[in-house]
Design a protein around this ligand. Sequence first.
Ligand SMILES: [Zn+2]
Length: 391
Amino acid sequence: MIASPQIPAQARPSLLRRVNRERVVRSLQTRGPLSRSDVAKHTGLGYATAVKICDSLEASGFAESCEGLQQDGAGRPGNYLRMSVDNSQVIALTIGPMYVRVASVGMDGSIIEQVKPQSTAKDYQSLIKQVVQLIEDIRSQSQANTLGLGLSIPGLIDGVNGTVILAPNLPIIDKQDIRFDLEKQTGLKTKLSGMMEAQFLVEQIRGRAADHENFALINYLGGLGVAAACDGRRISGSRSMAGEIGHVVVDPKGESCGCGNRGCLETLATDTSLATRISKKLKREVSVEEVLEIHQQSPGLIADEVDHFLDYLAIAIGFVMQAYNPSAVFLLGRFLENNDESFAQLKKKLPHFCLEPLLENCEIHRSLSYPVNGAGLAIIEDLISELPTKS
Ligand SMILES: [Zn+2]
């Protein structure tokens, strides 16, 4: 990728420096604290290059020195470097249809402080007032320098312009420039990302995907989306909208979908679609929480609906495996979260929907990720990419 013919020759040294710096940051975020020689070892960079990048990250406040034990097991304290948690932080904000969540996040992606989720305000102006107050409150609890604000929302985001394209589950922000408004009110550089991007970063940096260069995170909560990494980088597409597999039509005569088509995967393979199907059967509205309760107490009552849902979730996983050939797939949703039996049932179905060689070399896990710090990781990524690359 670095030697791509599309990159002008004069741009290569600064691009290379940026890529090297990203490797050092990722290594400190996933393995830190590290000595400078450990940074060189884990990134494959030369010692002098690693030291130079570490020093500049420390000088800019993104990283800080700390004491740690040497990794040779000798147990001697040494001069270690970690991404800042005491000196610098960012604020992570997620706005959902029901709740607003705010946390202060260290430059390593860890949550430092988190306030109790608040019910989302009912109109746009009240929402801005609500979140600005929450941000001020959490900033006042820390001496650390706040470098930026990460905001994630459920919906389709134009990753290039940082604007909301479609947020059917959060209509109050429709046609509003929420990133601009928050930047103006808080004075913090603000990054807007979709929930999938935020969850992807948490899984990649703080979750079990840290060991995988090629992996896919499938979210089957309400919408159905996938965020996939190829050689450690998220496949984002021309406008950062790649992975909207929920709108792949698998049953052209099926239920109508929010996008205007019929029989999209999203209407068949999500927690919400399962609850809708069970509501129809029981002739009353059933929430996702109630589905989990019914499944625990009388699984036989909804066995057909569960089997149907698992079939389509297996189709979604097979599609992802065949499209991206990942070494691991992580599933983020409620139904399988604490449900080993249905998870085993799903895995049994997979050979019917996926080529064996692809399946054989792929681990399937349930994701442990939560998106609140993902918004923080997204703004950290942006801030780091904007650091000057001149040596
Ligand atoms: Zn659709």
